[in-house]
Every structure is written in C-alpha cells, then in structure tokens.
Design a binder for this molecule. Structure first.
Ligand SMILES: O=C(O)C(=O)C[C@]1(C(=O)O)C=C[C@@H](O)C=C1
Length: 318
C-alpha cells in the first residue's frame, strides 16, 4: 500500500482512467489495494492527472508503457513538461487481454462499428482486419468507455476487458483477440513530490533529461554516465519538447534507487551535462526482474573510494 501523499484527512483517494472496468481501474485496485480508498474515474489520462494537480485526490494511476505499443504519450508528456512536478510512487504490471463485446443477441455478422481505446486498437488491428473486414473502428477515451457506449447503442461492439462486459451487460463474442498474446501494460501511481521510500535493493528510478546542445555525441555522453557506473537502463525514449521541430527530451527508466550511490552519482553527472534533469521518482521494481549491482559499483565501494580520495586530499597519502 503506497504511503498517503497529502495532509487531507480521511481515506486516500485516487484518480484513474475510467469508467469502471478499464485496465486502469484494475491497476488502481492493485496499486491501492484497500477497501477504504476512494477511486475516482476520469475521462482521460490528462483529466486524472489534473485532478491530482488540483489537490482533488491523493494520487492518480495512469498507464505508462505497453509491451506491444510502447510508451503512452499522454502520460510521458504530462510528466516531462508539466509546470507542477509529479513523481511516480509505485508501479504495477497488468496483463492485458481483450474481448470482443456485444449486446446480447448480436452476432459477428451484425457488427459494423467497433469502439475502443487507441492503444487497444493497435493491439488487435490485424484481428479486426481479418475477422471483421469492412467494419469501422471509433477511437474512444478508454476500453470500458467503448463497452459503455455499446450498451447505450452507439456502436455494435467494443474491444475491452472481459470485466467491462460483465459491468455493462455485454456478451463476449471472442476472448483474447490480441494480435500478440501475452501483452502487458505498466501502470504507475503518481503523487506530489515526496521523499522516496527507502531502497529495497530492487528499485527503479525514472527521469527526463533535456540535452544542453543538439550536437553529435550528446546522447552518447549521458548514456556513458549510466554505463560507466553500472546503471542499466530499462527504458529510454525520446519525446518532442513541443518547442521547435527536432528538439527532443529523453524519458529514461534505470535500475536502482536515487539513494544508491551509483544512481545518485550518475544523476549528478547528468545534472552537470544537461540543460535540465527532471527526477520522477524511485520506487520498488515490480516486473519480477532483478537489478544486480555490478562489481565495483556497490555503495560500500563508493564509500571506500570517497574516503580514499579524502585521505589523499587531506594528508597527501593514500
Ligand atoms: O482503456 C483502458 O482500459 C486503459 O486502461 C488504457 C490502456 C492504455 O492506455 O494503454 C491500458 C491498457 C491497454 O493497453 C489498453 C488501453
């Protein structure tokens, strides 16, 4: 259970991409895991994050990346460019399995229009082309919003989680229709900046780096700061800064915690080299992978090396 992130009294409240029945809803339940928490649905990732910024909730759960479709631009851009800094307090990985949901009595031949979320459409595109040729797909705010719209008679079918079918009284024409079976989406719990939880020994740190100069080797330079300290990156992607064309920031996940010497050292090096480094949180890693610390890069080795340097500086002797 993540720590409460505001001084507001009473049970914690969390915004999520709604309505009820989205994958984001399941992720919010997994991340907040308490019957007392109030879960507040919002129509988009941006609105969920705005509710957090406005102090209406204690946290917001949003998708950050998907194993098939990659990063979620709305989330990455809100984190990179927002005037109110937010941080990631926790992550969870959710298997995403899509059903083709219809009103009871509808057959496959009756389906002319389909509603789903753009990320979901990208994961079932080939299935729709092959199994439902000639249909049109409307991109809506979420998978469950698509299911709700089918219930309301606006579309013939929705691509959504099975639970959305149960919630909106729909039948499943087919289960697990994804083009790439086994897809997973990573969701993160956002809060206002707070001291990071203590390192667990298996953590992840997220940041955004804005390069100082657009010149050859600038990206290599910052990558070298990580690799030289044995800090493995688990994700790096560029996003336009929204200024002039060709200007990009780099959204980065690395193994380790900001309190780990090797990570702290790499981040201070980036701070020297970059126009801006936005720290977005250190939190326990939840993908079942381990973050090994390479030899020569452990905290005690950093401490011994610093003491050695200090001895030389003060006494002239090693
Ligand atoms: O529409 C939903 O159910 C969501 O939770 C959003 C979302 C996404 O943004 O990627 C989450 C997981 C799936 O990959 C498809 C859609």
């Amino acid at each position: 259970m993540p720590s409460q992130t505001s001084d507001r009294p009473g049970p914690s409240s969390y915004a999520f991409l709604g309505p009820a029945g989205t994958f984001a809803h399941a992720a919010t339940q997994a991340l907040t895991g308490t019957a007392e928490a109030t879960l507040v649905p919002h129509g988009s990732v941006t609105q969920a994050i705005d509710a957090l910024r406005a102090g209406l909730v204690d946290g917001a759960v949003v998708p950050l990346e998907n194993s098939v479709e990659g990063g979620v631009p709305a989330t990455l851009d809100e984190l990179a460019g927002s005037p109110t800094p937010l941080i990631i307090a926790a992550e969870t990985f959710l298997p995403v399995v899509f059903d083709l949901l219809v009103r009871p009595g509808t057959t496959q031949d009756d389906v002319a229009t389909i509603a789903t979320h753009p990320h979901a459409e990208a994961q079932v595109r080939r299935y729709l082309l092959t199994e439902l040729p000639g249909t049109t797909t409307a991109l809506v705010g979420s998978t469950a919003a698509g299911a709700e719209a089918v219930r309301n008679g606006e579309y013939d079918a929705a691509v959504a989680p099975a639970v959305a079918g149960e919630l909106y009284g729909l039948d499943s024409l087919e289960h697990d229709i994804a083009d790439n079976p086994g897809a997973v989406t990573r969701f993160v719990l956002l809060t206002h900046p707070a001291p990071p939880p203590a390192p667990t020994g298996n953590d992840r740190t997220t940041l955004v780096a804005y390069l100082k100069h657009n010149r050859s080797g600038a990206l290599l330079e910052i990558l070298t700061e990580f690799s030289g300290r044995g800090v493995n990156l688990t994700r790096i992607e560029s996003r336009p800064t929204k200024g002039s064309i060709g200007q990009y920031s780099f959204s980065i996940d690395c193994e380790g915690h900001i309190r780990d010497a090797r990570v702290g050292d790499a981040l201070t090096a980036l701070h020297r080299l970059c126009a801006e480094v936005r720290y977005l949180g250190s939190y326990p890693r939840q993908d079942g992978q381990q973050s090994p610390v390479p030899a020569g890069r452990t905290d005690p080795e950093f401490t011994r090396a610093a003491a050695w340097l200090e001895r030389i500086r003060s006494t002239g002797e090693a």
